[in-house]
Design a protein around this ligand. Structure first.
Ligand code: PLZ
Length: 449
């Protein structure tokens, strides 16, 4: 028997020993087809043996550079040392009791950490769940209970999950909503500030348009919550113009509306701050978190003002697994990694490396209309040269070419023309540099340069 690979001893290198996918992955892919629902997608048909730092090693022995972090989850790296230690220690003591039946310290400690780390120094409470969608659903439940109102305002290009309520809140039809209706009611969608496509409209002016729609079409005093991603994630890493978010917060405050920041993708150091709201000095009433919170174990949370969080009747919030002890241990390990290694600074460094390199690619190829994002949440919007017309086919071709060269990149965007980069915040500099070189080569090749 060979010793299993662990994250700690993975060489931080790109290494291709077979075509992608290799024969062992291809074999599993065939088994997958006859065992797994065809409804579950796959970006890259390789099967993972081990992952850590900035690499994913597949079962054929290929070592791929990870610019996806499992969709913004493994910010501290896969199997980060403090996560592994905390999980191993916890899993050997107990795996589950149900926090609603007999409680444990880990849940309380995660809530204390969330109350401390999230924006604002007001008194806070948290509640824990399993997935991002579940956190968003609970934020809506809490806001409705507190305000005794029903309407929920969401935005164009928004993404909030795949459950029934969160599908209604998500903007894009394919693949998230098609044929899955009917959807929950009392969800209202208003325009988002999208500088590349709205002529660089001023943030306050864009907010005034959204607010006017709320006033005219819903009535402010019917609105329980405004739910917004401070940077639209699946929608294409859209950073609203400066002033957009603060104007919405002011409007919410003036009208007794709960302002909910969905930081499921942007949270936990990803954007170069603990939470993306901080870039605009915004203090949300409620904040939803998941993904990066627990280094890969399923955990999500709603954190917010004590008076709002405590407005729900006892027993109104919960779930069998919410705040599972192993996931809580992983979260405490992840947070310790973030604090010890100053991963907000690491994310800022990644931005400062990536943006100039992407600008070079833009200058050489003419197909990048916009380079945007913050920290280690960076994207390029790919267009027909000289226009703002989306080129989804070229985007898909470049992503595929990068995969074949051993670099995991993801696409996004309402128009399918955004290439997004979410490297683990612990990615070694040399590896990030090499990934950008591969990216540049594939951009040049696919655009005939
Ligand atoms: N809110 C802002 O980014 C999850 C979705 C991937 P869950 N984004 C990745 C896919 O295709 O399913 C997300 C998010 C924001 C909510 C969610 C939902 O989080 O943990 O996937 O439920």
């Amino acid at each position: 028997m060979t010793t299993p690979l662990t994250a700690a001893d993975l060489p931080q290198e790109r290494r291709l020993v077979t075509a992608i996918p290799g024969p062992k992955s291809a074999e599993l892919q065939a088994r997958r087809t006859s065992a797994v629902s065809a409804g579950v997608g796959a970006t890259l048909p390789v099967y993972v043996e081990a992952a850590g730092g900035g690499v994913i090693v597949d079962i054929d022995g290929n070592s791929l550079i990870d610019l996806g972090s499992g969709i913004a989850v493994t910010s501290v790296g896969n199997s980060a040392p403090k996560v592994v230690a905390a999980v191993q220690e916890q899993v050997a003591r107990f795996t589950h009791t149900c926090f609603m039946v007999t409680s444990y310290a880990g849940y309380v400690e995660v809530c204390e950490a969330l109350n401390r780390l999230t924006p604002g120094d007001h008194e806070k409470r948290s509640a824990l769940f399993n997935s991002g969608a579940e956190a968003v659903e609970n934020a809506v439940k809490i806001a409705r209970a507190y305000t005794k109102r029903q309407a929920v305002v969401v935005f164009e290009h928004g993404y909030h999950g795949r459950t029934n309520l969160t599908m209604a809140m998500t903007a894009k039809n394919m693949p998230y909503k098609q044929s899955f209706g009917p959807f929950a009611n009392e969800i209202y969608r208003v325009p988002l500030s999208y500088p590349f496509h709205d002529g660089n409209k001023d943030g306050a002016k864009a907010a005034a348009e959204a607010i006017s729609r709320i006033d005219k079409e819903i009535g402010a005093d019917n609105v329980a919550a405004i739910v917004i991603e401070p940077i639209a994630g699946e929608g294409g890493f859209i950073v609203p113009a400066a002033g957009f978010l603060p104007a919405l917060v002011d409007f919410a405050r003036a009208n007794g509306i709960v302002f909910v920041a969905d930081e499921i993708q942007t949270g936990f150091c990803r954007t170069g701050a603990w939470f993306a709201c901080e870039h605009e000095g915004v203090v949300p009433d409620l904040i939803t978190t998941a993904k990066g919170i627990a280094g890969g174990l399923p955990l999500a949370a709603v954190t917010g003002r004590a008076e709002i969080m405590d407005a729900v009747h006892a027993g109104g919030l919960g779930g069998t697994y919410g705040g599972n002890p192993v996931a809580c241990a992983a979260a405490l390990g992840s947070i310790a990694e973030m604090e010890e290694h100053d991963l907000t600074a690491a994310a800022q460094r990644i931005e400062s490396v990536m943006k100039p390199r992407l600008q070079t690619i833009a200058d050489k190829t003419g197909v990048i209309g916009d380079i945007r994002g913050r920290g280690a949440m960076i994207a390029v919007e790919i267009v027909k040269p000289g226009t703002d017309e989306p080129d989804a086919a070229l985007t898909a071709a470049i992503a595929k070419a990068c995969h074949a060269q051993g670099v995991v990149v993801l696409t996004a965007g309402t128009y399918g023309n955004v290439l997004r980069f979410l490297p683990p915040l612990v990615i070694p500099d040399a590896l990030l540099d090499e990934a950008l070189t591969v990216l540049e080569e594939q951009f040049l090749a696919q655009t005939g340069h």
